[in-house]
Design a protein around this ligand. Structure first.
Ligand code: NAP
Length: 318
């Protein structure tokens, strides 16, 4: 069997593509390696997605998106894609379990924030450790927050966090920031911002919630344990040390920049019939709202591509 659209990834971009493709009566398959959701599935509160209801969580939003694609008949499978052959009219997607054929492919595999990789970090994600200031800053209202990294993202997100937290300390592995000078100037002028130079986080500790962390000075080797204020009971740790796009298997197949996939505004890659949507592509704002918009555009364009290929009528605009 040949699918009209095979979508790789079931985060907001992939699910939106699935919704639009299946509503357009395209034979649609969404592949996900673990479970639907992507980054948003680990976000407690989603307040910045238009129409979010009070107390909406990442998982609840994803649940509703999944229900929608199921309702319109998109097929979903759990399989880890190992290899793709995207040239030609029939695309081949090789999963660990099965091989899939499609007329079009939408790559929505996302990007994950690069973790520090120290002990305790993974266990305390969503319990003090967060990779999204926009999502989680409000949880640290009038508390202490630590940002790890020295690039534009770390400094800008640190400044955003300072609108909520009483103090934001940037922990950076060198003695000068990588961030643009204009961004640095604003941060240095911000009274709530502090800087811990030449330092790396080597361990995060806590029983169900962040309670302390070990910071090592890379020049002296000195280790310091930072313990949560007694009244607060916890503090925030926001690592912003770059992102890792999930694009390894597309290297040399679609055009990329810095590991992210290049598309035009119709989500078309350089390979005919292959589209990319969401965080995986080169773009300026990586949020659920932009991911879903990308997914919708990719699916509509996939329909139009098939239409042109076969001379059929695309049903998606109805
Ligand atoms: P980035 O520029 O790659 O910076 C990553 C930062 O994390 C660097 O300061 C780096 O330290 C540090 N780092 C990397 N690995 C680390 C590790 N294992 N442990 C501790 N620290 C580590 O990433 P980004 O800030 O996310 O920015 C990504 C791109 O988006 C950049 O091109 C940036 O200019 C752009 N961006 C632009 C804006 C804007 O223009 N307003 C905003 C956000 C992002 P070193 O400095 O020592 O390498």
């Amino acid at each position: 069997m040949i699918y009209d659209v095979v979508i790789l990834g079931a985060g907001p971009a992939g699910l939106a593509a699935g919704l639009y493709a299946s509503r357009a009566r395209l034979k649609t398959l969404i592949l996900e390696k673990e479970k639907a959701g992507g980054q948003i599935a680990t976000t407690d509160e989603v307040a910045n997605y238009p129409g979010s209801i009070e107390n909406a969580t990442g998982p609840s939003l994803i649940e509703r998106m999944v229900e929608q694609v199921d309702e319109f008949g998109a097929e979903r499978k759990i399989d880890t894609v190992k290899e793709v052959q995207l040239e030609g009219e029939t695309k081949v997607v090789k999963g660990e379990k099965e091989e899939y054929k499609a007329k079009t492919v939408v790559i929505a595999t996302g990007a994950i924030p690069r973790p520090i990789g120290c002990p305790g970090e993974a266990d305390l994600v969503g319990r003090g450790v967060s990779y999204c200031a926009t999502c989680d800053a409000a949880f640290f209202e009038d508390m202490e927050v630590y940002v790890v990294g020295g690039g534009d993202t770390a400094v800008e997100e640190g400044m955003y966090l300072s609108k909520f937290a009483r103090k934001v300390t940037i922990i950076h592995r060198r003695d000068e920031l990588r961030a643009a000078k204009s961004i640095q100037e604003k941060a240095f002028a911000n009274e709530k911002m502090a800087f811990m130079w030449d330092s790396v986080v080597t361990e995060i500790k806590g029983d169900g919630i962040v309670e302390s962390m070990i910071v090592e000075n890379v020049k002296t080797g000195e280790k310091t344990e930072i313990v949560a204020d007694e009244d607060d009971g916890t503090f925030g740790i926001f690592p912003f040390i770059g992102f890792v796009p999930a694009t390894e298997i597309f290297e040399g197949i679609v055009n990329m920049e810095g590991g992210y996939i290049l598309t035009d505004e119709d989500m078309k890659t350089n390979v005919p019939g292959v589209f990319a949507a969401g965080d995986v592509r080169v773009k300026s704002l990586r949020q659920v709202v932009t991911a879903t918009a990308d997914g919708a555009i990719a699916a509509v364009q996939a329909g139009k591509y098939i239409d042109e290929l076969e001379g059929t009528t695309y049903a998606g605009d109805k």
